[in-house]
Write a protein that binds this ligand. Structure first.
Ligand code: PLP
Length: 388
């Protein structure tokens, strides 16, 4: 048997496994220390009451033959797709149809799988630093990847590619840098994609954290985007669904290349739908009560982000992001590497961060901190960093 040799091109060490190894070794050598993680991207707050209620109700439906649900529609139930279209798009003045929405088990699968629709000859562009799924899924397929540096010098807004690319992955608000694109910035990309006949894969997983008015919640706010962009959404951070699993992808029919029909064909072949329970849970977020509760939890995390920005700024660290995203991108002190700063934080403050170098070459010299901790832990971690 021959293996897919493209897998040999993947970088050997998975960032979070590496971090876990170092944290474990430190914990074993110092069993009395209480380590606080501001590193991993999981949430800490429970599901909101409206979601819990919907989950209980859906579970009860499953208990009787009359209301039991088995396989659902591959694209997702109408009740959820209608709620998505109404609340996430029409209410904000965008015209998206329910048959352009595909419910998924989260944005990781869809951002990883969508590249299957592209020819292996396509060149794809990704930002550096980057959410690794875009890179690894294209390396597995054997495609050529072009990197677009995002640095403090360009304000973390990537320059347009200097060579032809067929697809561009953009993630805004960004993981890992926590930075955003304004409408003007995003328009440049839409215009570029239309001119060069490229597709934009727009990852809007952190859209719910946007506070600023001039930051678009969806690429479809930009005229022409329906002709050139696919958009991915996730309820993971929006509503604490990291364990429930649900998200959706918008594939407009106006995309000239029949992508909507092909994605439907792909999903019907390889995906058997998101669980009924998860979809009822997601629907609950769009009720008045559910919406309020979800926004309250987002405020909770953004209070962490604000406190982190203020405190680290007072300590003289240069901090990016954190105002429209739950991530802070912190420049490490002069002369240190991102792994060096990671080790110093772990050993001297017992706080875990994520070394920026793990997200790409341009991440060297930075660490990522997340605002998903509990208030008490976040405050304690900041106090320890202050003493350090
Ligand atoms: N896209 C980005 C940029 C992310 O950071 C994440 C999760 O961390 C995902 C997608 C995946 O989210 P999901 O839990 O919906 O698979």
């Amino acid at each position: 048997m021959k293996l897919n040799e493209n897998y040999m091109n993947l970088s050997g060490n998975y960032l979070f496994a590496d971090i876990a190894k170092r944290v474990k070794a430190f914990g074993e050598a110092n069993p009395q220390t209480d380590i606080i993680s501001l590193g991993i991207g999981d949430v800490t707050q429970p599901l909101c009451p409206a979601v819990i209620e919907a989950l209980h109700k859906a579970t009860d439906e499953m208990a009787s033959a009359a209301s039991f649900r088995g396989y659902g529609p591959e694209r997702g139930y109408d009740f959820l797709r209608e709620a998505i279209v109404e609340n996430d798009f029409r209410r904000r003045g965008m015209d998206i149809e329910p048959d352009e929405v595909f419910v998924s088990d989260g944005a990781k699968s869809d951002t990883g799988n969508f590249q299957e629709l592209l020819s292996l000859q396509c060149t794809v562009a990704v930002t550096d630093p980057v959410y690794p799924v875009y890179v690894d899924s294209n390396l597995m397929a054997g495609r050529t990847i072009v990197k677009l540096p995002c640095t403090a010098e360009n304000n973390f807004v990537p320059e347009l590619p200097t060579q032809h690319v067929d697809a561009i992955y953009l993630c805004y608000p960004n993981n890992p840098t926590g930075t955003v694109l304004t409408r003007q910035d995003l328009k440049r990309w839409v215009d570029y994609a239309l001119e060069s006949n490229a597709v934009i894969f727009y990852d809007a997983a952190y859209e719910a954290f946007i506070q600023s008015d001039d930051v678009p919640h969806s690429i479809y706010e930009i005229p022409g985007a329906k002709q050139c962009a696919v958009e991915f959404h996730s309820y993971s951070k929006t509503a604490g669904f990291t364990g429930v699993r649900c998200g959706y992808t918008v594939v407009p029919k106006a995309l000239g290349t029949e992508l909507n029909a092909l994605w439907n064909r792909r999903q019907c072949t390889k995906f058997n739908g998101t669980s009924y329970l998860s979809q009822r849970a997601a629907e609950a977020i769009y009720t008045e009560e559910g919406g309020k509760q979800v926004r309250q939890t987002i405020r909770y995390y953004m209070e962490n982000a604000q406190l982190m920005c203020e405190t680290l700024g007072q300590l003289g660290l240069k901090v990016y992001g954190g105002t429209d995203a739950p991530y802070l991108w912190v420049r490490v002190p002069e002369g240190m590497t991102s792994w060096g700063f990671f080790d110093a934080m772990l050993h001297r403050a017992h706080v875990v961060c994520t070394p920026g170098a793990g997200f790409g070459d341009c991440g060297e010299g930075f660490v990522r901190l997340t605002a998903f901790g509990r208030h008490e832990q976040t405050r304690e971690a900041l106090e320890r960093i202050r003493k350090m």
